[in-house]
Design a protein around this ligand. Structure first.
Ligand SMILES: C[S@@+](CC[C@H](N)C(=O)[O-])C[C@H]1O[C@@H](n2cnc3c(N)ncnc32)[C@H](O)[C@@H]1O
Length: 276
């Protein structure tokens, strides 16, 4: 891959997905794309760029591309302190204003489903909401992980932070896998969404809380800001945003105020008038 080819492809990828490959990551990008080149039977990275620009091939190839570019690492009950914060103080606050409709929580980069299903199990375990009092929405850009999420069968790596009691209560062993029970699955609605697609985002319902964890780290600062500020449009007046522990809004935006919770920080949407 020449430097020119690297730059051209990196710009297309950044614009489409927000994923940023800095100069030190040329080799990484090259090895990831080599797979797609081989599948498409192309001999140069220039030809691959042309394929991504061609309106006839663009959409299909972009979808394929996500499966080699994204890191889909996830597991059940990841960053448990945040789940505790949700059913602790946060729930009281967001529920205060919403009694006429079910609570809506969105897992905005849900990968193979462990995060939204953990949210559903956490809310069920809390005993604080009836089954018809909450809905979980879950989206990702990758068709491949969304298929896995809907299949809802998991292997041991997904359970590295799961208490044995939860595994017994909510899963059934099937061969070497565990199948999630329907009572949890029915709370979650999956759909495909690119976080950079402002139009798709603006079509979503208003959410009480958004979990967007461990994906912003792959975006450059401009894209991070754009994405979290567009979440503010989808959140209720005092809705909450939950980020991964390596992600922070510090020096990025004043659309949210950090709220300290036991062992974690969560972000509450700021009223427009309170922003700088
Ligand atoms: C590391 S996983 C995080 C999964 C889960 N949120 C967690 O914390 O365990 C990152 C996910 O972000 C998704 N992703 C990457 N870029 C995206 C984009 N532009 N729009 C939507 N999802 C994206 C990937 O497909 C991947 O499934």
């Amino acid at each position: 891959m020449s430097e020119g080819e690297f730059r051209a492809l990196r710009d297309i990828i950044r614009e489409e997905f927000g994923l940023y490959y800095d100069d030190g990551k040329q080799f990484l990008l090259q090895s990831r794309l080599a797979l797609r080149l081989a599948k498409a039977g192309l001999e140069s990275f220039d030809a691959y760029s042309a394929m991504l620009r061609n309106p006839r091939t663009r959409e299909t190839e972009m979808r394929e591309l996500t499966s080699v570019l994204t890191n889909n690492e996830t597991y059940f009950f990841r960053e448990r302190a945040q789940l505790k914060a949700l059913v602790g103080g946060v729930l009281d606050e967001i529920r205060g204003g919403v009694r006429v409709r079910p609570l809506r929580i969105w897992s905005a980069a849900c990968s193979s489903g462990e995060e939204p299903y953990s949210l559903a199990m956490t809310l069920m375990e809390s005993g604080r909401l009836r089954p018809d009092e909450f809905e979980i929405y879950a989206s990702d850009i990758s068709d491949r992980v969304l298929e896995l999420a809907q299949r809802a069968r998991y292997q041991s790596l997904s359970f590295r932070a799961t208490e044995p009691g939860m595994l017994q209560r909510y899963f059934e062993p099937v061969g070497h896998e565990y199948r999630l029970k329907d009572e949890v699955r029915r709370h979650v609605r999956f759909f495909r969404l690119n976080l950079l697609d402002q139009q798709a985002l603006s079509g979503l319902q208003e959410m009480d809380a958004i979990f967007c964890r461990n994906v912003l780290i792959y975006f450059d600062r401009v894209t991070q800001k754009r994405v979290v500020e567009s979440f503010a449009q989808r959140l209720t007046e005092r809705g909450y945003l939950f980020l991964g522990h390596a992600e922070s809004l510090f020096h990025l935006t004043d659309y949210y105020e950090p709220i300290l919770q036991p062992d974690t920080i969560v972000y509450r949407r700021r009223a427009k008038e309170a922003r700088a």
